[in-house]
Design a protein around this ligand. Sequence first.
Ligand code: AMP
Ligand code: MG
Length: 566
Amino acid sequence: MQRIPLDEIAWEDRFVRAFPGDRSEARTSRQIIGACYATVAPTAVADPRLLCWSPEAAQLIGVASPKVASPGDAASADPNPSYTALIAEVLGGNRVLPGMRPYAAAYAGHQFGSFAGQLGDGRAMTLGELVAPDGQRWDVQLKGAGPTPYSRRADGRAVLRSSVREFLCSEAMHHLGVPTTRALGLVTTGERVVRDMFYDGRPRAEPGAVVCRLAPTFIRFGTFELLSWREELPLLRQLTRFVIEQHFPELARELPPAEHASAPLPGAVVAAWFGEICRRTAVMVTHWMRVGFVHGVMNTDNMSILGLTIDYGPYGWLDPFDPDFTPNTTDASTGRYRFGMQPGVAQWNLAQLARALLPLCEAAADREALAAGLELYRATFQRQYGDTLLAKLGLARAPGVHGAGPALDEPLVNDLLALLAAEETDFTLWFRCLANLPLADDCADDVLLATMAPAAYAALSAGHRAAVLGWLRRYAARARTEPPEERAARMAAVNPVFILRNYLVHQAIEQAEKSDPARPDTSFIERLLRAARAPYHEGPEHDGLLGQRPPWARDKPGCSALSCSS
Ligand code: AMP
Ligand code: MG
């Protein structure tokens, strides 16, 4: 596989060339009308050092990796220190390579249900676009690289803790098979960043960092909302055409050739494209529900137009199954973004996108087609989620009434979800244990319960014990009707052994933060990255990482409660 050193990449800048932007290079916060971006250079940092690197992401985009196995560890001998230093300089924002035209993108968004007007990349900057060896194009973006015109009153920086969280989680999600942006690397800045982590008047200076992340595009629902809100119709058309042409080739074929970039588009194509976004979003959310991921800030500016998980902030993972769990303290009182709300919130967000696209669908039939996209979302999610829950149980879909009605296993599934929520039960461990459940009719109660015991956070109450046993016996009877190998294979494919539990990442961050900045200890970060590479197959790399969340992490800030302050 072809691997090019970072400084030999032929950078492209199609977005910058295609759209109007503010090219003043000024970083002062301001409203920018009539532009889709502002060109702005990263602000150099004191001492950029490469702390983390994803060789898989590097391979994906065809960039040569540094020679050190563990870049953060100053003690590991580096046969090519100048290349590692170059990467650190570029990823830290201290060096803009020839051909790069860094820009901050404009977008708007609904935050916690209210329209927030102009937002935009307040601390992210796209450095440039590259073509990977397989022909896929990738935007290479820094997060935390300094102020932009969209920074509002904030500093444009990011702290190490949130950057490690984004780096590890985007890679872990990829290995879990969840559509996501990727992370190439993470650089510490040698600067401190002041954050009031819980907005309680106790700010503290934390180590700063920059993450380098990758996506075919970082365009969001909010990008369309901005142009629609400002009634910049030609730009809205142009952006829609651009996204369809670049990222939805099967629909691009339906677009008539345009004599100019902002020529009117057939409303039917716009509606079909919206339907595809709805479908992809349904797939993404189904994956989140499968692995127990809670995004935490599903604002429309954090919704990718490609159906990728984007903007890892105060996200979390279910330890005990709890549909009401939200890791985001800002969301604690409303619970808008709690685990069980995610499918509905995604649909609400899609409705905001549909509203933004209405000016492109003037004919009644096109508007109906647009609305049908929302119904497609609902139907796709319902079908996929149903199939996913069955697969988590190792079951094939039983034919419903006339092959289309409710699946026969629905009561079994619904009763399980109620059971899991009734007393603290680990979502991940439950399904892994269930794969080992003895199915024999005459299996003793104690054996059944002992099989599932690793998932229980406390001794079961008598009533719950009886309910669990009742459900396990119903399940065993149903599972006996499936070929054992097929059942096992289905379960192993969808039920992870390893998830990036918050308390694990917290430990990795503490270790890196507390060690000598000149010789940061990234061994736990590396260990988690190794474990995350094979989330479905238990191996020695998972030793000590697969158990329940320990009691000390239950209410600990950074483990169960996170804030948007990052
Ligand atoms: P988020 O909640 O992280 O998705 O961010 C919402 C908006 O706030 C986006 O426009 C971000 O670019 C912006 N933002 C968040 N943190 C910062 C920061 N430290 N400096 C500048 N802008 C920020
Ligand atoms: Mg965001």
